[in-house]
Design a protein around this ligand. Structure first.
Ligand SMILES: C[S@@+](CC[C@H](N)C(=O)[O-])C[C@H]1O[C@@H](n2cnc3c(N)ncnc32)[C@H](O)[C@@H]1O
Length: 298
């Protein structure tokens, strides 16, 4: 559970005035969110499981083929959950590198995976000088490509560091329309954000093309030319008492971190109401999170 402390970054202040933030302000805002709420992604994503019992980290880690993937990069590794799963599954058979721009997230990853399990670097995905050309067999990226703007330099860097026959695999947003509970929570939080920040709708984090499978596949093909691109839909869910579920589901949305304490409390009550409307006879509600798994094979 996270403190309802809202982030009053320059990004947020601009949006409140109805202005558009620049790229540096977006990055500064992301860093502030991850400083105050380090590890918040795993707080929700680890518990959300699909029909086969896998969370999205585990689904992504299934792409690893130790016969072909020796050096693996966890791009935007955050608090290191995915890296830990990779090591638990493949141990000495792989060499793992983690990159993130947030020192606070990396501090959690370092605590979770002491050296020499994984080499961790603080860097931007747009300039990964710490990795040589063709130095990696597989780039994994769990829930972070959608935040990266500009995205083209990130894809160019991934292409540069991948070996021939290398693979990029990522978990990205799914189709909102495929989950009524996700759509409802999304609408409550975004309309609260829109109410406090008039230009919020035009200033979502990341490049919108990464959120839709068709435009993402087109972007990847621009950089990866002859790559085989597969984008598979998935659904992971969380069950719980509506109030607890509301806290967890709300905390997954970056927009929730810019709400004032009052607006956040109102949004939480509304999310709990929405989730309890579909609760079963045991009183438990369900939050279904649609996801996509991208696999681009060179
Ligand atoms: C939603 S979190 C996901 C963290 C982790 N992959 C997970 O799923 O638990 C997004 C992460 O992307 C990182 N990030 C965002 N933009 C980045 C960039 N341009 N370069 C490097 N890291 C970035 C953030 O610091 C944050 O740790």
């Amino acid at each position: 559970m996270h403190e309802p402390i809202h982030i009053d970054s320059r990004w947020a202040q601009r949006l409140r005035r109805g202005e558009q933030p620049d790229a540096a302000e977006v990055r500064e805002h992301l860093l502030a969110v991850h400083q105050r709420h380090a590890g918040f992604t795993e707080g929700v994503a680890r518990g959300c499981r699909d029909a086969a019992g896998r969370n999205s980290y585990e689904w992504l880690a299934e792409v690893i083929d130790p016969a072909r993937h020796r050096t693996i990069l966890d791009l935007a590794c955050g608090s290191g959950v995915l890296a830990e799963i990779c090591l638990q599954r493949h141990g000495d058979a792989i060499e793992l590198i983690g990159i993130d721009m947030s020192a606070d997230e990396l501090a959690l990853a370092r605590r979770r995976i002491p050296d020499p399990g994984c080499r961790l670097h603080q860097a931007l995905a747009q300039s990964m000088e710490c990795i040589p050309d063709a130095g990696v067999d597989l780039v994994l990226c769990h829930w972070a490509l959608t935040l990266m703007d500009p995205i083209e330099p990130v894809l160019a860097e991934i292409r540069r560091i991948l070996r021939p026959q290398g693979t990029l695999a990522a978990i990205i947003d799914g189709d909102i329309a495929s989950s009524p509970s996700y759509a409802a929570v999304h609408d409550v939080i975004y309309s609260a954000a829109q109410h406090e920040y008039p230009s919020y709708a035009n200033a979502d984090l990341g490049d919108a093309r990464v959120r839709a499978p068709e435009s993402l596949a087109a972007l990847i093909r621009q950089t990866f030319r002859d790559a085989e691109v597969r984008i598979e839909p998935g659904m992971v869910s969380l069950d719980g008492a509506p109030q607890t579920l509301a806290e967890e589901a709300t905390g997954f949305f970056y927009a929730s971190f810019v709400l004032s304490a009052h607006a956040r409390a109102r949004a939480l009550a509304e999310v709990a109401r929405v989730l309890s409307a579909d609760a079963g006879s045991d009183g438990l509600g369900r939050f279904d999170m649609p996801i996509h798994r991208l696999v681009a094979q060179l």
